[in-house]
Design a protein around this ligand. Sequence first.
Ligand code: ADP
Ligand code: NI
Length: 223
Amino acid sequence: MQVDYKEIIMDKQKVIRNAEDFAKERMKNYDSGHDWWHIERVRKTAACINSEEHLADPFLLDLAAILHDAADFKFLKTEPEKAYASMTELLNENGLKAESKTLTEAIKNVSFSNKKRTGNLNDPVLLILQDADRLDAIGAMGVARAFNYGGFRNNAIYIPPDETGILAPSTIGHFYEKLLKLKDLMNTSTGKRMAEDRHAFLERFLYQFYSEWDPQSGKEFIY
Ligand code: ADP
Ligand code: NI
């Protein structure tokens, strides 16, 4: 039997378009730090990491990147399990029955807030996609997204610590709770390398922030 490679390529493009439509529909009510451009950046960053590491199937990695935030429980009105089930259904309908379970599992495992991790934790799609998603939470993009999310939730920009030294919830607080930790959580060596520069930018931003917050007392660092 002759394999029609042109048809396979066409098919893949169609699957990608179907996944894009599905994710766009799901994400239309999310805040703009989580909008379609976040997906496009994560797709590019994931492809960039994979071009160095050659660990994952590029098509499956791109699909996972497109779908990775389509079942975010913070924004969905429905149960996350239902959202994941419809994602699996979409993949099955698009001829990916063999891959749909592992792909959905990898997407579930990407989230920082997901504590119940199951399945193959060494799946290259998971490792690369998680790095790409984390990279978009640090650097200049991370600063922009954090303040965008904080504004969306009406959170304080910053609340100075009280006498006990405890930092009240704020967007600057989120830097210490999550963003400054991401550099050490990278999975791939390319991800680690890319995180260095973006982490340094977060530190520079905080340094400048505190120096402007109180020019007299100077640049006190909390971390
Ligand atoms: P994940 O999907 O990995 O769990 P999130 O959905 O929690 O990530 O985060 C999405 C974006 O919103 C990130 O850029 C993150 O830094 C930002 N974000 C999440 N929670 C907060 C918060 N409390 N304050 C500021 N930014 C936040
Ligand atoms: Ni994401």
